[in-house]
Ligand binder design. Sequence first.
Ligand code: FAD
Ligand code: ZN
Length: 476
Amino acid sequence: MTVMPRPVPPDALAAIRAIVGPKGWIDDPGDMAPFLRDERGLFVGKAPAVVRPAATAEVAEIVRICAANGIAIVPQGGNTGLCGGSVPFATGEAIVLALGRMNRVRAVDPINYTITVEAGVILAAVQAEADRHDRLFPLSLGAEGSCQIGGNLSTNAGGIQVLRYGNARDLVLGLEVVLPDGQVWDGLRGLRKDNTGYDLKQLFVGGEGTLGIVTAAVLKLFPKPREIRTAFVALPGHRQALELFAMARAASGDQLTAFELIPRIGLDISMRHVPGVTDPLAAPYPHYVLLEMSSSVPDGDIAATMDKLLDAAMAQGLVLDGTIAASAQQAAQLWRIREGIVEAQKHEGGSIKHDIAVPVSRVADFLDEATRRVEERLPGIRVVAFGHIGDGNIHFNLSQPPGADTKAYLARWEEFNEIVHRVVQGMNGSISAEHGVGRLKRDLLPQFKSAVEIELMRKVKRALDPLGIMNPGKVL
Ligand code: FAD
Ligand code: ZN
């Protein structure tokens, strides 16, 4: 899209300010700073103002003013996104529209198993509200204490329970969206079945704010798990992880909720940098899997299934050792190892990151091939490949060789992206499994999608946002 927004006219800004009032208006540089910088500090932008509307009608009025004046809008949720989609460019021609004040739960319908929330509700608050009604909202990720449901939907967030419940896309039944011309689309239907034409809501899920502003959503709820079994097991290699995965699914049906790969280096750095993380096993092993099963029927079946599975896997040599959490506290301790890897990497110097997906059956091939190629390019590079192996989604992160110059190492970001993404492409995989495109991967897309697919995306963008004011320069 080449339509460039004009510099922001002061009278339009004044009109927007009048809509949101002083509570919804930030233009002090110090107060704006946290809204203009992304989570990892890779992108820092500028804006004439950050506006924080409190209701859908206010969002619609603001968008109408922006459309009339060609003002670009960057929607922002919790600003935890990892691709720079939620912050403006340094040219300062866009306003940031942050949804944090739109944080009401509008309705809970326990019989329909749905919850209707505004976009600014924090993910953990959605989970807690569902819990109060004896229901489960299963979306769960490391940033759940600060990311917002509008951001989760706009990035089609994944996380640790996709295996059983799907990603954000699978958890939404209806949306309310302010379109780029300021019209409000009320698609807040809580229907399980509705084949009345195109599934428009799915355009906005994963749309990263480029097609409109999500202001509310009807989300699916599930029966609450009454029995959870969490195990941490050691394996000789990642190929055995795939075999164990197949066995675990066959043994447990849809009761397998999480299946996460942790390499030894992940446990090592987690222990080194995250207080309270210890090795749950007596000896070191090359690979681990953190797996979880759950059931809404508290009859002890889950415990028996897990025991039987791990006994069989040990007899076959797939699993070398393991521990099963005896309490919720011990389970949380095991999860700390997994969550700790993300934090720990920050203390190990530069980390070049990839969020890739391949068919589950190809994960071991991917890990072998990509590891070989990056180690060949830079001896001493440390592959920290972990994550949602049960979804075929690996966070293939590369920590710098110990003692190397961090700046010089990070300058090779694109070089290593290229190596890893080629392996992904050879396996018909994705270069962004769950984090999105934003600015970080925008220019890579044309290499990995056909011209037909890119043009289809552009057509959708042009049809919905002909003025190009919605988060311009992101995704496309
Ligand atoms: P933001 O960062 O504010 O925005 C993300 C994008 O959505 C931007 O393009 C923005 O313009 C757009 N947007 C936001 N709100 C709206 C709206 N209401 N309408 C239209 N567009 C909007 N992600 C995963 O998928 N899985 C993980 O396991 C995971 N773990 C993480 C762990 C940590 C520690 C951190 C920091 C991040 C992690 N993430 C993960 C990434 C991030 O948390 C998710 O992408 C999350 O969904 C972003 O939500 P947010 O509210 O912060 O959105
Ligand atoms: Zn992840």
